[in-house]
Design a protein around this ligand. Structure first.
Ligand SMILES: [Zn+2]
Length: 173
């Protein structure tokens, strides 16, 4: 026993930090800005994507208007992971503004004054609208653009950035 060997002054540096042991570099933390629900998930390990984690993510990112879910393109999660790393916040929380959208929801938004593309990649579960607490939205946009991994839409007035894993392109919403 450490305590019997060195008493109260026994240093604790030798004890493993449980947080460090459990921490995975492929952990993502989400906060849904509409429902207030959080999701912490390790979506990948050394063997690749984890199916149970992807299923949880597909559920979490469902269309909030219809409750329908879609299989997300898992490259989106790698993109988010790399984005947080590039921003120096690998354990940062991602505020989700919008995940999957059914064609019905997309058309509803498009015809109700929202800046939504007719062929939005949200309908293919290849896109997500996010902000990162503590990171200015313009900096988030610049980090996403620097990755060259897909589309980046900058919605300054609503304070979020759209990222997707489609063609590399950019726009201002
Ligand atoms: Zn979007």
């Amino acid at each position: 026993m450490l305590t019997s060997a060195c008493g109260l002054v026994c240093p604790t540096v030798a004890e493993p930090n449980p947080q460090a042991v459990l921490r995975s570099p492929f952990q993502l933390h989400f906060f849904d800005t509409h429902s207030g629900k959080r999701l912490d998930v390790v979506y990948r390990d050394e063997n690749g994507f984890k199916q149970t984690a992807l299923t949880r993510l597909n559920n979490y990112l469902e269309d909030r208007r219809t409750g329908e879910m879609h299989t997300y393109d898992p490259r989106v999660f790698d993109l988010l992971h790399d984005l947080l790393t590039a921003l120096g916040k690998p354990d940062g929380e991602i505020d989700v503004i919008c995940g999957y959208r059914t064609p019905w929801s997309n058309e509803y938004l498009r015809t109700h004054g929202h800046h939504v593309a007719r062929q939005s990649l949200h309908m293919q579960a290849m896109a997500i609208d996010i902000r990162i607490p503590g990171i200015p939205t313009a900096r988030l946009r610049d980090a996403a653009l620097a990755l060259h991994r897909g589309g980046v839409g900058y919605y300054a007035s609503n304070d979020f950035v759209h990222v997707d894993v489609g063609r590399v392109r950019r726009w201002v919403g």
